[in-house]
Write a protein that binds this ligand. Sequence first.
Ligand code: SF4
Ligand code: SF4
Length: 173
Amino acid sequence: MTFGSGLVKGLAVTLRTMTRRAVTQQYPETQPELPPRSRGVIALFEENCTVCMLCARECPDWCIYIDSHKETLPAAAPGGRERSRNVLDRFAIDFSLCMYCGICVEVCPFDALFWSPEFEYAETDIRELTHERDRLREWMWTVPEPPPLDQAAEEPKEIAAARKAAERAGEAT
Ligand code: SF4
Ligand code: SF4
């Protein structure tokens, strides 16, 4: 290749590139168009959490921290046995260790963990990336609604039970 032809080829590449649309993402001036169910951050719906510890045990990075204590409840009926239940004291996720695999969300048997597409929570102090339960709770408001059921799908058991209970209550009044 001679010097002249190399120069012409180089200029041709430059010209071709100049006329193409730029692919650079102008973030943060322009927000990226992410799919609605992107894995941005994990949200906790703590009312559903029974402190079963499954998520913490299955997390490959050991970055879910849960503390709890037992509480004894009186028997439901006279002569019955006292019951005990776990009360959540701490639930935190360290997002500096999390690898966004989604295992915790998948294994939770009580629908207490959800993906939110929010991703703007970078910090200058790594310790701030451990989100405690209040912060995890706040992410719940950014979780998208579940996709609508297929029209031919069976009514979910929870909704059927709630509808029947409401009908019974309506008849009683
Ligand atoms: S997404 Fe994966 S790594 Fe992150 S907290 Fe859940 S199980 Fe752990
Ligand atoms: S798996 Fe679900 S219910 Fe069990 S401790 Fe984790 S968030 Fe709570």
